[in-house]
Design a protein around this ligand. Structure first.
Ligand SMILES: NC(=O)C1=CN([C@@H]2O[C@H](COP(=O)(O)OP(=O)(O)OC[C@H]3O[C@@H](n4cnc5c(N)ncnc54)[C@H](OP(=O)(O)O)[C@@H]3O)[C@@H](O)[C@H]2O)C=CC1
Ligand SMILES: CC(=O)[C@@H](O)[C@H](O)COP(=O)(O)O
Ligand SMILES: [Mn+2]
Length: 415
């Protein structure tokens, strides 16, 4: 029996994880749940279905709503007061981090965005296995995160990185020549920049193969998701950025590949369904029988591959610049993107402005420090680049600075 904490339980990853767990009550027990607080009725149902000891809410004002919703949901189920022991409720911006620090067998981090960094580090510090969907915390924390993880403690849930881990079982590390990260290409695959200029958030939310949360879906459309994943792969598997090759595979069946020195390529294939990497993340290195449907070989099917159009989608080239600079540059890239995605969804900027905003903020961050206009309150310049000096405060300071700059750049930008 594995004791599990699910962070981001009301989201796409969180709800699928709870389905995997709910179908296997003899294998898993949920001891903690964390969410932001935007869907209290769903969280209340999850609490009564799984009976965790602790629930964490990042929005402090939602704690009372949760208590009321728990009583209402219990009443709806016809439960008596004796059946309704309330869990401990942690509330506030650091609630998920506090929950992760409590320890268990495995924490699944399905929080979206840089907000997941504290929980990632707290999980690792507690010596708990971290099943990581929240790629942003790894990308912005970089070596801070990988150095905090013991061997085998950090398990990828992101489909491509789970695929890479599975392919890596086929050879020794010194036999790996290249890692090939597949991309669906998003809803605008094959489009020119001109054609993408006026696309709407509704169009960008139409992912061709996956049903995911808002931010990652927009990130797939800009290919920022693939950019984050290239850096994620470099950090997780200690591969040079130059040896990671993204390739478009519109069917999302080959989740990624590893090429070995003898010319052999191993691929991990399965229909697009996150339940497979989520289940594997919870039990790695063991597999969960029946986690997802396999490929159907009785039906004719075509799998295709094509190169990335870096001119139309500059996000990946841009993260290579941030990744090579390391230090706080990836945190700046990510923070500028999170602000720009919100601005695009709120109609303040156009689709192409998302990556243009990241580029502007990143360039300013990487420019020579002589013009430094933004030293932060704790005395740490947000332009810090050298990876040796990166600490949690410097990452958070760079994140804050980039959010402010991106806010300025995206305020009422659209004609
Ligand atoms: N969805 C997918 O298939 C995949 C997702 N990922 C990654 O997994 C992560 C989650 O993605 P996804 O599930 O799609 O996102 P969603 O937006 O669907 O869900 C995010 C979840 O995180 C919660 N949350 C947000 N902020 C906090 C916080 N500060 N503390 C606690 N909980 C918080 C949200 O609660 P609330 O809504 O109340 O704010 C929600 O439950 C992302 O990093 C994404 O890139 C990776 C591969 C695939
Ligand atoms: C399911 C998953 O892991 C996502 O990260 C997915 O890969 C997004 O699709 P794109 O390949 O379009 O970015
Ligand atoms: Mn992915």
């Amino acid at each position: 029996m594995r004791e599990v904490i699910i962070l981001g339980s009301t989201g796409s990853i969180g709800t699928q994880a709870l389905e995997v767990i709910g179908e296997r009550p003899d294998s898993f027990r949920v001891v903690g749940l964390a969410a932001g607080g935007s869907n209290i009725p769903l969280l209340a149902q999850q609490v009564l279905d799984h009976r965790p000891r602790v629930v964490a809410l990042s929005r402090a004002q939602s704690a009372q709503d949760l208590q009321l919703a728990l009583y209402a949901e219990a009443k709806l189920r016809g439960w008596g007061t004796g059946d309704t022991t309330l869990p401990k409720i942690l509330a506030g911006p650091d609630a998920a981090t506090e929950l992760a620090a409590e320890g268990c067998d495995v924490v699944l981090n399905g929080i979206t965005g840089a907000a997941g960094l504290g929980a990632t580090l707290a999980t690792l510090a507690a010596g708990t296995t971290l099943a990581l969907a929240n790629k942003e915390s790894l990308v912005i924390g970089g070596r801070l995160v990988t150095d905090a993880a013991d061997d085998g403690q950090l398990v990828a849930v992101d489909s491509e990185h789970s695929a890479i881990a599975q392919c890596l079982r086929a050879g020794r590390r010194d036999e790996v020549r290249k890692v090939i990260v597949t991309a669906s290409g998003g809803p605008f695959r094959g489009w020119t920049r001109e054609r993408m200029a006026d696309v709407t958030p509704e169009q960008a939310m139409q992912h061709p193969t996956w049903n995911m949360g808002r931010v990652i879906t927009i990130n797939s459309a800009t290919l920022v998701n693939k950019a984050l994943e290239v850096l994620e792969a470099a950090l997780l598997y200690d591969v040079e950025l130059a040896d990671i090759e993204p390739v478009v595979h519109p069917q999302s069946i080959v989740h990624s590949m590893v090429e070995f020195v003898d010319g052999s390529t191993m691929a991990q294939c399965s229909p697009p369904d996150m339940k497979l990497p989520i289940a594997l993340g919870l039990t790695w290195p063991d597999r969960v029988a029946g986690a997802a449907y396999p490929c159907d070989w009785t039906r004719a099917t075509s799998w295709t591959f094509e190169p990335i159009d870096h001119q139309a989608f500059p996000a990946i080239e841009l993260i290579k610049r941030a990744g090579s600079a390391a230090g706080t540059a990836p945190a700046v890239y990510n923070a500028a993107n999170e602000v720009a995605v919100d601005a695009f969804c709120e109609g303040r900027i156009g689709f192409l402005d998302i990556v243009d905003t990241i580029a502007s903020v990143l360039e300013e961050h990487l420019a020579p420090a002589a013009n430094e206009p933004h030293a932060t309150g704790d005395g740490v310049g947000s332009r810090l680049v050298g990876s040796d000096r990166v600490t949690v405060p410097t990452v958070l300071a760079a994140d804050q600075w980039a959010r402010q700059r991106a806010d300025q750049l995206t305020a009422g930008n659209k004609e």
